[in-house]
Design a protein around this ligand. Structure first.
Ligand code: ADP
Ligand code: ZN
Length: 756
């Protein structure tokens, strides 16, 4: 039977301030009290409010409604020591708290986490709190819906055939009017008529139903020896409790998921514990969700930025109440108000999308470690290609390293081969080398599947006029417009600007003079369609997989063998398991190496290992072809030899030699504004006021590689510290001391991953 009120607290309307059962009345001195409240706004610190006399002081973590410049806002009672950001007003000048919300308290560890993230990222604590209060609907009352159950029919009530069928359809399980009407095959009016006549008992049930409880007793697969060893280590620590970071370093297809599932099961043995699994892009985890459901008999709670308002409210409240036991989510799930976190996993921990590049700039993997530390629980970072940061932590003994060296079952890692494009070039205007084409032919003839990887959306990255040389650019960014031929549009991948594909050059007006330069996945699709008539081909990009349902459908089709060739961007590298996929072709293995930021080599290596890892995951062995102009490049050599360890070792030594992260520390300052002169001036002001500190170098300003985005001009400065950590107070002091020019936005990026 369904719980009658779901997870909803009683309605708030008529409640007085003291309704919270958590308060200890004896604790307060019954004087009007000063209460510090943190609001989800970019303010310097907490604000003071007053509690009327005789009201007990709400403990830190209580959600309250307070007046704020003529309206009401929801905030959280914050800890005594918090920074007020200004001077203290006398008590009688303070505004009173309006209402205490009947919601569970924000736990100690969450409040500490919010303060910690704010200090680390040089953000205001309110901006961080905003991420934790990210479901405004969850803070209001949850709507109720009328349900009906059986009751005694009043004597003498006239029963038509329609009414009788409703009475036959109702039982002790609450059902809505619509459900009953459907069951009985009558109109909704018949049901409401019966209810009015007193022949049905109405009860109000929260529209948010509780989530299913994962069943940790369902028998899992038999683990291999190395899987068992790794999972035993994790289980032991979960059982003991306390902070403990692991690196689960297992090759693609080695069964890392099965291993961390064991930690999750151990954590669920207590009744009130919660588990968080962070994944890079939740929209792409349809296979993972199915797998979870098979293993635990129910779906986990899913959290990401694209779930609807109602789903968000239901998830947020269930996490806050402790009812939600397992949450799988994108990086923002870190800020959910868990009551009692007992285990965290960060899957594909190397993935660049864990870095949030807007608002509060944080790296979810790094912050997950902090979250685990404050919650005093074990955390597993899982990857086949761990980040250098994590490897260094494992080597130094900060993290315990668990290794899976073999693919599960009969599967072996695919054979890697290079195609030297200088020798074996594709035909003019083509992108597939003859060798790759024949391998594809053979694979399809054998009834197996091919995946082609090219990390470029659209048809071509540049449209050029043959007559005047004009390159079609975005009107508000310093970028070329990318042709999307499927949609007959040109699009800016920075700001999203679109225009219809023109027939004539916008500059010189010559007709039929525009040429597409370079390949994108759509162009590859065209070539493959011409070469492989009758083959079933799909393009997997964020343009074709616009929602989780479409994604799940396409993934299902591939897994079921309904497609022969899959062409995709980085989306296809994300952990999918396609048993019949045996050939992977990397169209441009050198693509990620251009541009050369700090992690270009590392990232390319990780991405290509991941895409290669899609091949030969079941009983048929796989082959991977890398098309490259630089077969001698260390990244390509590492991929061919399978010796990633040596490659990462060399990367590590280089970083150490130049005191680059994780040995040293970087911080980017990004200046942007409409007025280029003001942006330049602000850069100059910062440069001249940079302090002189040993071991810290201030570089720039220089125009950003993306020198204009959405009409804003951009400049960058970079701070380099020889040592790891400790830059924040220096940067904070420097930036606050420098005069700020109106109209120039200063963004501080601690531990930057993007240098654009
Ligand atoms: P990884 O995440 O390391 O790439 P997965 O966890 O996806 O690997 O496992 C790869 C495949 O092997 C999956 O289909 C998984 O169900 C299967 N598998 C892994 N371990 C076992 C096991 N112990 N018993 C049965 N199947 C397993
Ligand atoms: Zn643009």
């Amino acid at each position: 039977m369904l719980p009658v009120s779901g997870t909803a607290p009683p309605p708030t309307g008529q409640h007085s301030l003291t309704d919270q059962a958590n308060f200890d009345l004896n604790d307060s001195d019954m004087q009007p009290a000063r209460v510090q409240v943190l609001l989800p706004l970019p303010l310097k610190g907490v604000l003071d409010y007053r509690l009327p006399a005789n009201e007990p002081v709400p403990p830190p973590g209580t959600l309250v409604q307070v007046p704020l410049s003529g309206r009401s806002a929801v905030g959280v009672v914050w800890d005594e020591s918090a920074d007020r950001g200004g001077k203290q007003l006398p008590l009688e000048k303070l505004k009173p708290i309006e209402k205490i919300l009947p919601l569970p308290l924000f736990a100690d560890d969450l409040r500490k986490f919010i303060d910690w993230v704010a200090t680390y990222t040089l953000s205001s604590p309110g901006a961080v709190l905003r991420m934790a209060l990210s479901s405004p609907a969850a803070l209001a009352e949850v709507p109720m819906r009328t349900h009906y159950i059986k009751c005694d029919v009043p004597e003498g009530l006239r029963l038509t055939a329609a009414r009788q069928s409703v009475l036959d359809a109702v039982d002790d399980t609450p059902a809505t009017g619509a459900q009953l009407a459907e069951r009985a095959g009558v109109s909704a009016a018949v049901v409401s008529g019966l209810a009015k006549a007193g022949a049905l008992q109405a009860i109000e049930i929260s529209v948010d139903q509780p989530f299913g409880l994962p069943d940790a007793t369902i028998e899992g697969p038999l683990l291999s020896e190395e899987q068992e060893t790794a999972s035993q280590a994790i289980r032991d620590c979960v059982w003991e409790g306390g902070f403990k970071p692991f690196l689960l370093d297992g090759i693609t297809g080695s069964g890392k998921t099965e291993v961390y599932f064991e930690g999750l099961i151990e954590a669920l043995k207590e009744d009130d514990t919660q588990v968080l699994v962070l994944v890079p892009e939740i929209a792409l985890t349809s296979q993972w969700l199915t797998r979870f459901e098979t293993r635990f008999g129910t779906r986990p709670v899913v959290w990401h930025s694209d779930i609807g308002i109602a789903a968000r409210r239901r998830a947020w409240r269930s996490v806050a109440s402790g009812q939600a036991r397992v949450v799988v989510g994108a990086r923002s799930a870190l800020f959910l108000p868990f009551k009692k976190l007992a285990f965290i996993t960060v899957d594909e921990e190397h993935d660049p999308s864990f870095k949030q590049e807007e608002g509060v700039l944080y790296h979810a993997r790094d912050m997950a470690i902090v979250r685990a530390k404050l919650a005093a629980c074990p955390i597993v970072l899982a990857s086949a290609t761990p980040s250098l940061e994590t490897l260094v932590n494992a080597d130094s003994g900060k993290y315990e390293k668990l290794v899976l060296r073999e693919r599960f079952g009969a599967a072996v890692l695919p054979a890697m081969k290079a195609i030297d494009l200088r020798v074996s070039a594709p035909g003019a205007g083509q992108w597939l080398a003859p060798k790759l084409v024949s391998a594809m032919q053979e694979t399809i003839t054998n009834g197996e599947q091919v995946m082609l990887f090219l990390n470029r959306r659209g048809y071509a990255p540049l449209t050029l006029c043959r007559t005047c040389g004009h390159r079609i650019e975005c009107p508000s960014c310093s970028t070329w417009l990318v042709e999307h031929r499927f949609r007959k549009e040109l699009q800016c991948h920075q700001c999203g600007f679109v225009r219809p594909s023109p027939d004539a050059c916008p500059e010189c007006q010559t007709e039929d003079s525009l040429v597409a330069c370079g390949p994108g996945v759509e162009r590859l699709f065209e070539e493959v369609s011409n070469q492989f008539e009758g083959a079933r081909i799909a393009v997997m990009t964020s343009d074709t997989m616009t929602n989780p349902r479409l994604t799940a459908e396409m993934v299902g089709q591939i897994a079921d063998g309904e497609l022969d060739i899959v062409i995709g961007t980085q989306i296809v590298t994300k952990g999918y398991h396609f048993p019949n996929l045996t050939l992977v072709g990397v169209i441009d293995a050198d693509l990620g190496l251009r541009g050369g930021d700090l992690r270009a080599g590392e990232r390319t290596y990780q991405q290509l290992v991941q895409v290669a890892g899609r091949a030969g995951r079941a009983d048929k062995p796989g082959t991977v072809y890398l098309q490259t102009y630089e077969p001698e490049h260390p990244v390509v050599r590492a991929l061919l030899s399978g010796d990633g360890e040596t490659f990462m070792q060399a990367e590590q030594e280089a970083r150490q030699r130049y005191s680059m992260p994780p040995y040293g520390q970087l911080t980017s300052i990004i200046l942007s504004g409409v007025d280029i002169a003001a942006v330049v001036d602000q850069g100059r002001l910062l440069a001249t006021s940079a302090p002189n500190i040993e071991g810290v170098a201030f570089m720039g300003p220089a125009p950003a590689p993306l020198s204009r985005v959405r009409g804003m001009h951009r400049m960058r400065l970079l701070v380099h510290g020889q040592k790891r950590g400790g830059l924040q107070p220096i940067v904070r002091e420097w930036v606050t001391r420098t005069r700020q020019i109106k109209g120039v936005k200063i963004k501080i990026d601690i531990d930057p991953y993007s240098f654009l």
